[in-house]
Design a protein around this ligand. Structure first.
Ligand code: CS2
Ligand code: MG
Length: 402
């Protein structure tokens, strides 16, 4: 089998997506996702200018060699743009391989290690009563694990809280908006949120929380300790993770489990975090980490240190990445949980897929390959629109991590 064409479909059905379609001489094609929120065209250009011409004529079964060719062969390594581009190719090749062998991708990764993939979804509210209602609503829908975010009194536009009545979606089709941030108000408030949730909801539901990189390690240690009585499933991105040893400080102070990695793009970003057991869950997105090939290796490495997976699953990753995460999550032994932030109805229409949700778990389906397609005619009706993530400033105007 040979690759005869590779092209990009950049569309915006409610939000931007970069999709790669690789076609073969046997009529089988595969899809990959190259979406990098707010930087979509950088990945599209990397793919069309630098990668796609090199794919023509190659054997799509050679996922390992093609991955090494794109990673080592470029000389310039890593970084979100490069790795998202490589990830799009890698995932499309696994899709082709599954279709050619007439089997779902999880069977090529070790087969099913479990019946279904435990997922968590997002609950949020402008205040504690609204956040509580939102968690309850998702529990009624069948979710066994829910991430809870709430507006913080005195802090305008907190992370994870939607604008009036809309589903939460941080990218905006305008220049970056600015929000204000106060660590002091946040740290005083969050334990009261989880105290209320536990009192009202009981011990069984898995509760998660995303700090979104906003604390220093010692502040994160304080928060983790304060949250211990409410036994969170995890506290996510407590501090920016460039300094991996920062997590040693957090670990020294709390037993609240830690999840990190949605902005990582290489096993090397997590190497110390994993081997020192400073974290519990690794959240790299399949696309931004360079695809299924390196993520399988990363998961196997993490397994040696009791670190489990919690792959990123926000709506800025397309249904193609969602499917890839479900296939890999079903197969690896050290699966932890999968984020599920459902896409809009329009996005789901553009990307028809086989994966399903039932009673707290998701299932990738048994279609050959990944089980996701793209309706190109419909996609063409929604052209790319420039969009940015917001930025955050402290109350005194200092730019801080959003
Ligand atoms: C978030 C993301 O899903 C998450 O945990 O942190 O929504 C993140 O803000 C976006 O992916 C940014 O593009
Ligand atoms: Mg997050």
């Amino acid at each position: 089998m040979k690759i005869i064409a590779a092209r990009l479909i950049v569309c915006s059905p409610d939000r931007n997506f970069v999709t790669l379609k690789i076609e073969t001489d046997e009529g089988i094609y595969g899809l990959g996702d190259g979406t990098l929120n707010g930087r979509e065209l950088a990945v599209a250009s990397y793919l069309s200018e630098h990668i796609l011409p090199c794919l023509i004529g190659r054997d799509p079964f050679q996922t390992e060699d093609i991955w090494q060719y794109l990673y080592r062969g470029a000389y310039w390594r890593r970084g979100p743009v490069t790795m998202a581009a490589i990830g799009a190719v890698d995932v499309a090749l696994w899709d082709i391989k599954g279709k050619a062998l007439n089997t779902p991708v999880y069977n090529l990764l070790g087969g099913k290690s479990r019946n279904g993939v435990l997922v968590y979804t997002h609950a949020n509210g402008r205040d504690i009563p609204e956040a509580l209602d939102s968690v309850r609503k998702h529990m009624d829908e069948g979710y066994l694990a829910v991430r809870a975010q709430s507006g913080v009194p005195g802090v305008a536009s907190s992370y994870g809280v939607p604008k009036a009545g809309k589903p939460y979606e941080p990218a905006e089709r305008c220049l970056p908006s600015e929000s204000l941030w106060s660590t002091e108000k946040y740290l005083n408030f969050v334990p009261t949120l989880f105290e209320k949730l536990r009192v009202e909801l009981g011990p069984d539901v898995h509760l998660l929380h995303d700090v979104h990189h906003r604390l220093t390690p010692i502040e994160a240690g304080r928060l983790g300790k304060a949250l211990e009585p409410y036994h969170l499933f995890w506290m996510e991105d407590p501090t920016p993770a460039e300094l991996q040893e920062g997590f040693e400080v957090i670990r020294r102070h709390t037993t609240t489990p830690i999840a990190v990695g949605e902005v990582f793009n290489s096993i090397w970003d997590a190497h110390d975090l994993v081997r020192h057991q400073w974290i519990d869950y690794l959240r790299m997105a399949i696309v931004h980490g360079g695809g299924i090939t390196p993520l399988k290796k990363t998961a196997d490495f993490a397994a040696l240190y009791h670190v489990r997976t919690g792959f990123h699953g926000a709506t800025d990753l397309s249904p193609v990445t969602m499917a890839a995460a479900l296939h890999l999550g079903l197969a690896v032994h050290n699966f932890g949980i999968q984020e599920h932030m459902p896409h809009s109805a329009l996005t789901d229409e553009v990307f028809p897929h086989n994966y399903t949700f039932d009673a707290g778990y998701m299932y990738p389906g048994s279609a050959p390959g990944l089980g996701v397609d793209i309706d190109e005619k419909l996609a063409a009706k929604y052209p790319y629109q420039r969009a940015y993530l917001p930025i955050a400033r402290k109350l005194d105007g200092t730019l801080t991590d959003w």
